[in-house]
Write a protein of this length. Structure first.
Lengths: 307, 252
């Protein structure tokens, strides 16, 4: 005798399975297509593509290094600025703020995430860049000018501006994930610390210890976001493929290069080079995000909650 | 002898809901007091008023006095951190920190700055583990994660952690309710053992446990203290009819 709803369950399962596998197929499809289209330059330049430092499409010279460098430095700069701020906000929201204050602040932070990238870019050009040129740059040079990072001419457009914009953009996501991770830490951990005579601050360190791998995950997730961000960075980073020690100098990132040049790339080799560098970006973000997910999942399962 | 804890006319509210009504009771030093009563009668709430753990609940409100060693712990300006160091707590579900066995016990010693040297710290950790009857089981794996211990061992680790900061009173909220009979027996033996040095208040749903470990028993119902007496008297010849009914299991 057939069980009630057995057929329905079977169909339901099949549909879900289809949906789940289609995602895998899409990702695999993108990857294969990119590799195919990048074949001309992969074949011609080999591994040297990653380490060349000249990017001159007219002369068919394609070195990805300045873009990889710019992507990594601007992203790490964004993390250095954003992580302490995000942690501070999340800790405040979960451990300190009365409910009446926490709600509106959390809402504001989430709102930041909803602002379109191009708006951040405009703000970067019209507010942040002049601010860096007039105030922040001279001050940094005044006090820290002996460090190569802060030498050179301050135009307001460059690596630092890109990093700050990115920091703003990834702060909401890092804050939101850290907040979730902190909330997942059981109250009994806080009470255990308090019962031993821990202060508020000491209790918070216990909570952070519980959440450590989840926080690491949030940071890596933010890194993934920063690496892939395009529009706002294109608008403020200066789009100049050079490797310079100074944060005030213009630079360029992979995502920004693609956004700015894809439309006019007609030559087959040039197109192939762009796709290959896109492939690099794809692989890097894929690995970074997978890593982040694993870290965040670790915390949730340790605390007996599903992610 | 001066009583260790003196509670008078304690009322407790969660927002508008009153959870404790006019509780008065005294706890002599170095005795074990058991709190019994049906679920939801306020045992945990009352226990948590004794180390101000309820401070963490925003809607909680307390009226009345809790006097420990002659000092009202609800007086303005009370050092809650110092209070909690003096009045330790063990919870229903064991809650070790995600650290090694050693670091779990060392934590309270460190944050309170009790130790004088590294050797002193080691000795204190060892002593606390001895006192919690756990040393022999963990002495070869002090640096492994506390989560690798069994449920009963984790609970004794939490007791060791509480003992390490040298409290004078230990509050235990159903410390054995998640444990098997053998682990439970270990905890009970431990409680009787600890009575030599500490004043202990223990919440339990197990009548036999109350009669085995405690000197006095307090019976609560619906937020009221119905009867508070020597445990022998309570279990043989209680003053109150309701106590008798509850102890003999005549109502749920
Ligand atoms: N955080 C809270 N907020 C609001 N009400 C609460 C809170 N904690 C407990 N209560 C209420 O206070 C009353 C007493 O609860 P309490 O936990 O002290 O009971 P208990 O005797 O410990 O019960 P059990 O034996 O089930 O642990 C119950 O009615 C409960 O619903
Ligand atoms: Mg309880």
């Amino acid at each position: 005798m057939a069980q009630t709803g057995a057929l329905g369950d079977k169909i339901f399962r099949a549909v879900l399975l289809l949906a789940a596998t289609s995602i895998l197929l899409i990702v695999a499809g993108i990857f294969v297509m990119m590799v195919q289209n990048a074949m001309p330059t992969i074949g011609r330049f080999g591994i040297g593509f990653l380490f060349g430092s000249e990017w001159k499409p007219a002369q068919e010279e394609f070195g990805a290094l300045p873009f990889i460098y710019g992507t990594l430095v601007s992203s790490v700069l964004a993390l250095i600025i954003s992580v302490p701020i995000s942690l501070g906000i999340a800790i405040f929201l979960v451990e300190q703020a009365p409910k009446g204050i926490a709600k509106p602040i959390a809402f504001m932070v989430e709102l930041l995430a909803a602002i379109p990238s191009v708006v951040y870019g405009l703000w970067g050009i019209f507010v942040l860049a002049p601010f860096i040129r007039e105030y922040l740059g001279p001050v940094l040079q005044g006090y820290l000018g002996f460090i190569p990072l802060f030498q050179g001419r301050v135009t307001g457009i460059g690596m630092l501006t890109g990093g700050i914009i990115l920091a703003l953009m990834i702060t909401p996501i890092i804050t939101a994930v850290v907040r979730d991770v902190l909330e997942a830490v059981p109250t009994t951990q806080r009470e255990a610390a308090l019962a031993l005579g821990a202060t508020k601050w000491e209790t918070t360190t216990i909570v952070l210890g519980n959440a450590a791998s989840g926080i690491a995950g949030a940071v890596v997730l933010g890194l993934g976001r920063a690496i892939g961000e395009t529009m706002a960075v294109t608008m403020v980073i200066g789009n100049s493929p050079q490797i310079s020690a100074s944060l005030f100098e213009p630079a360029n990132t992979i995502a920004s290069l693609l956004a700015a040049n894809f439309a006019e790339a007609t030559d087959r080799t040039y197109l192939s080079a762009l796709i290959e560098i896109g492939l690099v970006l794809f692989l890097v973000t894929f690995v970074v995000n997978a890593f982040a997910k694993i870290l965040v999942m670790g915390v949730a399962s340790r605390n007996g909650k599903a992610a | 002898m001066e009583n260790k804890i003196r509670v008078s006319n304690l009322n407790f509210f969660y927002g508008k809901a009153q959870a404790l009504y006019d509780i008065s009771l005294e706890v002599p030093e170095r005795e074990v007091i058991a709190f019994i009563g049906p679920s939801g009668c306020g045992k945990s709430t009352f226990l948590r008023t004794l180390n101000r753990m309820n401070d963490t609940i925003p809607i909680a409100r307390v009226a009345g006095d809790v006097i420990i060693d002659g000092e009202n712990i609800y007086a303005p300006g009370t050092d809650v951190v110092a209070l909690r160091r003096k009045v330790g707590m063990v919870f229903q579900k064991s809650n070790p920190f995600p650290k090694s066995i050693f670091e779990n016990v060392a934590y309270g010693i460190r944050i309170n700055g009790i130790h004088t040297s590294k050797t002193d710290l080691n000795e204190r950790v060892e002593k606390a583990l001895h006192d919690a009857a756990l040393w022999n089981e963990v002495k070869d794996r002090l640096n492994t994660s506390a989560f690798g211990l069994s449920g009963g061992q984790q609970q004794r680790l939490c007791i060791a952690r509480a003992l390490a900061v040298q409290p004078e009173v230990i509050l235990m909220d159903e410390p054995a309710s998640a444990l098997d009979p053998i682990a439970t027996q270990k905890i009970e033996e431990l409680v009787v053992e600890l009575k030599r040095d500490y004043t202990i208040v223990i919440v339990t749903h197990n009548m036999h446990q109350a009669s085995r470990v405690s000197d006095r028993t307090a019976f609560f119902m619906l937020g009221k203290l119905i009867e508070y007496n020597k445990t022998e008297k309570m279990f043989q010849n209680p003053d109150d009819r309701m106590t008798e009914d509850y102890i003999t299991g005549r109502f749920g």
